[in-house]
Structure formats: structure tokens, C-alpha cells
Design a protein around this ligand. Structure first.
Ligand SMILES: [Mg+2]
Length: 266
């Protein structure tokens, strides 16, 4: 079908995501922001909903045979999508808390997935002017037309990493337990508020690693491909094989992976 040519698909998709970024920014700082509780501490704004709708509408026009798994339209159960072709996995706004508090650090994340494996990944931070992409049949990851690679740091003692709080309160205990030993060993650990951006930042070498205990496929599908193409490593928090449908992730430059895994598991 028409998605097979990944380069052509990428070139058609990038302007759609850029336009989605303009729509997102038009809501930034707006005091007509409407928030609706999603339950617990999670929430959604009008910007999430509008950008979600726009991306589905425009990508459907370009690629009519697509299937969608988006944050704002996902059904309760979507595991069967692991076996489907041409699935667009979309987070219209990753970092909604930052966005709603006028912090400029938030992203749009879009991945094209074939049978559970990302073939294209895009992460766009419109107010920071950062556009990342990676493509399965290319060897490189790209930020604003430049190749990016992970850091060469293999010393856990000088590592700079990031993590974040899951929405699921029970899963926050995993982060709380891990932070004790991790913070006794690494140089610094940030909570920046956008998993998609943070994993892409590991791909640039600015961060050496990232871990999280409660992600959804749309948070991570795009940036995981970007990190893999930049030379990084990804496993689950118990060291077993990861895929985008797993809730937990350890994503690193590869060189501190084993050391960080041991700290998290200790
Ligand atoms: Mg979101």
C-alpha cells in the first residue's frame, strides 16, 4: 500500500506535524484553556483534543488505509493493534502539565507502526524549535537536519539522567524505590515532564539515560525509534526485552545501561 515508501511518507508527514505544532502553540498561554479530568491526577486540555483531531484528519487524507492509536481516542484495550499494519501512534501533546502551566517544554509525538514496530518516529517541540525524526531503513537519527548520537559516557558516577512520575499512583512507588539507590550514584536526575522529549534528548547525548514505570505506546513509540537509531539501548526495568506496549522502560546511551539497571533493581 501507499505507506511502503517510508521516505515519501516521512516527507508528506512532516508538514502535517509542523502545522499541528502551530495549532498547539495557538493555545499556549491561553486563558480559555478547558481542562477535563481524565481521572486521578491525569487531565486533558482543549489543545490535546484539537491537535489529536487535526492529526487524524490530515493523516487520513494522505493515507486513507491508516489505523490510529491516539492518546485522546484510544479504546480501553488496544493490544490487538500490535498485529496490525499502518498504525499511526499519536500523542498530540506530551507534557500537558508543562503546557498548562506555561512551561515551553512539551512535544507532539507521532510514529508509524507496522505490527508493533515503529518504522517512522517524529518528536516535535514547537516552542523549543526542535524537530526529531528517525526512519527504520536509515542508520541515523535526526534533529533539525543534523545527525544526533548518544553520549559516550560509561561512568555512572557522572551520569545525568531523567525520570518522571506516572499518572498511576501505584506505579509511582516504583520510581520512589528506584530513586534512592540511583540518587546515591548518578550526578543528576531531572524530571522534565515529557517522556517523548526526554528519550529523544538521550538520543542527543545531553542525557545519558531515562527510566519510567507507567508509559503508553503514544508516549514512547516515536522517541524509542529515534534513540535506537542514535545508538541507544532500551529494555524493560527488569532487563527483559522492551516493546512499545510495555508500561516500563529503561532507555540509555547503552554504556551505562547495565549499571543503571542494577541500581533500579537493587
Ligand atoms: Mg498527551
Amino acid at each position: 500500500m501507499n505507506l511502503q515508501n517510508l521516505t515519501s511518507t516521512r516527507e508528506k508527514t512532516i508538514p502535517v506535524i509542523q502545522k499541528a505544532g502551530e495549532i498547539l502553540c495557538s493555545y499556549f498561554g491561553s486563558n480559555v484553556l478547558i481542562s477535563t479530568s481524565k481521572g486521578g491526577v491525569d487531565f486533558v486540555t482543549q489543545a490535546d483534543i484539537e491537535v489529536d483531531r487535526f492529526l487524524v484528519q490530515e493523516l487520513t487524507k494522505l493515507f486513507p488505509e491508516s489505523t490510529f492509536l491516539t492518546e485522546e481516542t484510544a479504546p480501553d484495550s488496544y493490544d490487538d493493534l500490535q498485529h496490525e499494519d499502518d498504525v499511526w501512534v499519536i500523542d498530540p501533546l506530551d507534557g500537558t502539565t508543562n503546557f498548562s502551566r506555561q512551561r515551553e517544554h512539551f512535544a507532539i509525538a507521532v510514529a508509524l507502526v507496522q505490527r508493533g514496530e515503529a518504522e517512522l518516529g517524529f518528536v516535535y517541540l514547537p516552542l523549543e524549535n526542535k524537530f526529531y525524526w528517525a526512519q527504520k531503513d536509515h542508520d541515523t537519527a535526526v534533529l533539525n537536519d543534523r545527525q544526533i548520537v548518544v553520549s559516550s559516557n560509561s561512568d555512572i558516577g557522572t551520569a545525568v539522567i531523567a525520570t518522571d512520575w506516572p499518572w498511576d499512583m501505584a506505579k509511582r512507588n516504583i520510581i520512589i524505590s528506584a530513586l534512592g539507590p540511583v540518587m546515591q550514584s548518578v550526578r543528576a536526575c531531572s524530571m522534565l515532564g515529557s517522556a517523548a522529549s526526554d528519550v529523544a534528548t538521550v538520543a542527543t547525548g545531553i542525557l545519558d539515560g531515562y527510566f519510567h514505570s507507567g508509559l503508553k505506546p503514544w508516549d514512547i513509540a516515536a522517541s524509542a525509534l529515534i534513540l535506537q537509531k542514535a545508538g541507544g539501548s532500551i529494555t524493560r526495568l527488569d532487563g527483559t526485552a522492551w516493546n512499545m506496549f510495555c508500561p516500563d522502560i529503561l532507555a540509555t546511551n547503552g554504556k551505562i545501561h547495565k549499571q543503571l539497571l542494577e541500581l533500579i533493581r537493587s
